[in-house]
Design a protein around this ligand. Structure first.
Ligand code: HMG
Ligand code: MG
Length: 299
């Protein structure tokens, strides 16, 4: 089994995690979470989402969060931008990278961003053009790559087609989102093999939600065929407000424990991440969804 020597971790907890929280969470806490993650050695933090506050109220203070964070120069702080309005807000907040988010399912696209896949690609093209002018890198997400809460199974071809479009409009990295966490390792591998025909594997990221407990197995299976960019969320926070039943992303601490156990470098201090997970779960008033954090702190 050939695995990568090192892996790029993209921490999505402050965005994918907190967007779905029921508990109210202050700007101050969000800022502290982001700063703690950077102090743990995380180099890529998805910190905010410049989306409609009516659609996702929890992200309404994104500008203020970005303005208040004490930035570390070697950390990339990124944000979701669904359209030009979001892009210009992100630019004003001085993000280092923006992310656009398409779907492989028409119904999910309509429910999440209120337009068809084709319409979304036209909007995203405007964002990538503006980003080029501003010299900001753009990451692309594809949701529902292994199943949709409304349409059920999704074909590899549907994902490949969206991936090709995102690559053509200029995304430097494409993150494959198993939004509802139904995928299993063999499915993940055949999906990645398909997508890697249109995008080099070094530029493919995996984004697993752990709803069915498959995330770590899927990550290992993805690394076996060459993936080395992994999205994860501190304490396993997360879900998508427009994907009913979607639980949190795979917990960063559980991913780090597995990677370090395999001798794979991440540059991240697991102990500091466990403290950070404990901080955020206490703040949210519940126990951590990370098995590692529970074993180390809460047992
Ligand atoms: P819409 O209602 O069709 O937008 O929403 P609109 O262009 O018709 O505008 C309506 C109103 O929204 C206007 O305000 C706009 O100014 C405002 P009004 O004049 O009525 O007062 N508006 C905005 N405000 C702030 N920021 C903006 C913005 N755009 C318009 N950027 C829209 C379309 C895309 C805006 C909306 O559907 C939306 O914000 N959706 C975001 C949903 C979301 O954030 N979902 C979660 C993230 S995706 C995810 O979690 C999956 C992922 O993790 C991967 C995975 O797991 O699969 C990435
Ligand atoms: Mg997600």
């Amino acid at each position: 089994m050939k695995l990568p020597d090192k892996v790029k971790i993209v921490e999505v907890g402050p965005r994918d995690g907190l967007q779905n929280e029921i508990t109210s969470i202050t700007t101050e806490i969000k800022v502290e979470l982001i700063e703690r993650l950077a102090n743990a050695g995380v180099k890529f933090i998805e910190a905010a989402a410049f989306v409609s506050p009516r659609w996702v109220p929890k992200m309404a203070d994104s500008g203020e969060v970005m303005n208040r964070v004490n930035r570390q120069s070697n950390v990339v702080y990124s944000a979701l931008t669904p359209n030009l309005k979001g892009f210009y807000a992100a630019l004003e907040a001085k993000v280092d990278e923006v992310a656009i988010f398409a779907a492989a399912s028409e119904t999910f696209s309509e429910r999440n961003i209120n337009c068809s896949i084709d319409e979304s690609l036209q909007r995203f093209n405007q964002v990538t053009e503006a980003a080029k002018r501003a010299r900001l890198p753009v990451r692309g997400y594809i949701s529902c790559v292994l199943g949709c809460p409304y349409e059920g199974p999704i074909s590899v071809d549907a994902v490949v087609s969206v991936a090709r479009s995102l690559e053509q409009i200029g995304c430097h990295e494409i993150s494959l989102g198993d939004t509802i966490g139904t995928g299993t390792p063999a499915e993940a591998q055949s999906l990645i093999k398909g997508v890697s025909k249109v995008i080099p594997i070094e530029r493919i990221a995996v984004h697993f939600h752990d709803t069915y407990g498959q995330a770590l197995a899927n990550i290992l299976a993805s690394m076996e065929i060459g993936v080395s960019v992994i999205d994860s969320s501190i304490s396993g926070l997360g879900g998508c407000p427009y994907a009913k039943g979607a639980s949190g992303n795979v917990a960063s601490e559980d991913v780090l424990y597995m990677l370090h156990g395999l001798g794979i470098q991440t540059g991240i201090d697991l102990n500091v991440m466990i403290e950070t997970a404990s901080f955020i779960s206490k703040t949210l008033g519940r126990s951590s969804d990370s098995k590692v954090t529970r074993a180390k702190i809460e047992a």
